[in-house]
Design a binder for this molecule. Structure first.
Ligand code: BGC
Length: 463
């Protein structure tokens, strides 16, 4: 099977020895590492519920459980036109959100790619880039700027929120790293950048994407109690009773409810219950934020491809895969994108021809034999299934914390992994069933597309 490879490698000075390990042996060793059994899922879920409760008690715990200052869910009757700016994933978007008042929304949007220099440089560079993009959008769409336009700012990173329009960045995630933004009010930074560019727009609400997703879906489904993002990063927000938030010091809240941004990406940073393995460890050590966002690193789109790459690299080094032949691409961190995994899992040809294309053309592996393609596909399946099952744990824990397992609720999920990764939703559902039994049917999981941007508009309307 590897004759071509062998001859290519058998240079006169070096005797090449290749040991073809039995495919099933390789796969079952990987399964031992990546499969999460139902009992483990249940243990993780129990710990998750305890951590949610702890984070509501006082500051300083692993789950930050940040009160969002959003205490009213929409009625669907809100109307008006609002600007929304959505920063937090791979793309940055500026939108105009039209709330039509009968639970209907129209959206005009423009996507921008954030250059790497803006992600990791000085704060001003990033915020000037955001202000410039707002200016471009307003100009292109002929939006009148005589009066200050209200803008909802979806900023999807952990912030210590102290008002609906004020929040101090605690830590960057998802590869962003502008050091001088830490502990600064990001709304003030954006307002200053807008003023520098003479853009007559005023930030009236600071919103996490999970809160936006919840609010946007609640605009047409009042049974929505949870918003989740499964994209570049991951997180969830849900509706909590103010009486269940001992750390809330913001005075009486008329509705008695508060949307809490869990910041669940940090779950189990102590590494007590999650089966964080040697590949996760390696990926974490080489990341911009080692030791942080443990749950996020096992679930979200930014990291899944990188975990797969770590496994492949090790198998190549041990000469178990590709006859021990690597490539500069496969050796480069983050070169194996999560989108490649989606493509490989969608490959239903008998010889895995598309998988071969991905490996040959995108990753420069000269001879990915059918056996190797099957192993790579199984690695993708294992890593993505683990992610889906852990995402389900998070959902089950939040619904349990809300005591809504029996009454049920809608959980709106947005993000590229949930929307585009094949079978992700079904795998989540299977795991939810293992966790909640027949009550799984009460948890109505729906796609909350564009929720993070629309939600910023809805919240700006309520603000
Ligand atoms: C951030 C969250 C955000 C999530 C999804 C995480 O890295 O900390 O604030 O909601 O990504 O975008």
């Amino acid at each position: 099977m590897y004759s071509e490879m062998k001859s290519a490698l058998q240079k006169p000075t070096r005797k090449y020895t290749y040991r073809e390990v039995d495919e099933s042996e390789v796969v079952s060793a990987l399964e031992d590492i990546f499969v999460i059994r139902p009992q483990t899922l249940r243990n993780i879920c129990k710990h998750f519920v305890d951590e949610l409760t702890l984070g509501l008690k006082e500051d300083g715990h692993t789950l930050k459980m940040i009160p969002s200052y959003v205490s009213h869910r929409p009625t669907g009757k809100e109307t008006g036109s609002y600007l929304a700016l959505d920063l937090g994933g791979t793309n940055f978007r500026v939108c105009e959100v039209y709330l039509e008042g009968d639970s209907k929304v129209r959206l005009t949007q423009k996507k921008f790619t954030i250059p790497d220099y803006a992600k990791c440089g000085q704060s001003d560079v990033l915020f000037d880039f955001l202000a410039d993009s707002v200016l471009t959008f307003i100009t292109e769409n002929h939006i009148p700027t005589e009066s200050d336009i209200p803008l909802g700012f979806t900023f999807s990173f952990p912030v210590n929120q102290t008002a609906i329009d004020k929040g101090y960045l605690m830590v960057w995630t998802k590869g962003f790293d502008c050091k001088d933004t830490i502990n600064k009010d990001v709304v003030a930074l954006l307002n200053e950048a807008l003023a520098r560019k003479n853009v007559k727009v005023h930030v009236t609400a600071l919103v996490n994407d999970t809160v936006g997703t919840l609010m946007s879906h609640a605009y047409n489904d009042p049974g929505t109690f949870v918003g989740v993002i499964l994209g570049t990063g991951t997180n969830a927000a849900y509706v909590e009773k103010v009486s269940a938030i001992p750390k809330w010091k913001g005075g009486p809240v008329e509705s008695g409810e508060m949307i809490i941004n869990c910041e669940w990406g940090a779950f189990d940073n102590e590494r007590v219950v999650l089966p964080f393995n040697k590949y996760d460890q390696k990926m974490d050590e080489e990341s911009t934020n080692p030791g942080e966002q443990t749950f996020e690193k096992m679930i979200s789109g930014m990291y899944l491809g990188e975990i797969v790459r770590q496994v492949i690299v090790e198998l190549v080094q041990r000469r178990i895969l590709f006859g021990g032949v690597s490539s500069p691409e496969i050796e480069t961190p983050y070169k194996f994108e999560t989108a490649y995994m989606s493509r490989i899992e969608r490959d239903h040809t008998s010889d895995l021809l598309d998988t071969k294309m991905v490996l040959q053309e995108l990753l420069n592996i000269p001879y990915p034999a059918p056996r190797d393609r099957r192993i790579v596909r199984r690695i993708c399946e294992l890593v993505a299934t683990r992610a889906a099952r852990l995402s389900a744990v998070g959902v089950a824990a939040v619904v349990t914390k809300m005591e809504r397992v029996e009454d049920g609720c809608t959980v709106a999920i947005d993000g590229s992994v949930y929307e585009h990764y094949p079978h992700f939703g079904n795998r989540m559902k299977d795991a939810l069933h293992e966790l909640l039994g027949m009550f799984e049917e009460n948890v109505n999981i729906v796609l909350g597309k564009d929720g993070s941007s629309v939600g910023a508009g809805v919240i700006a309307a309520l603000a």
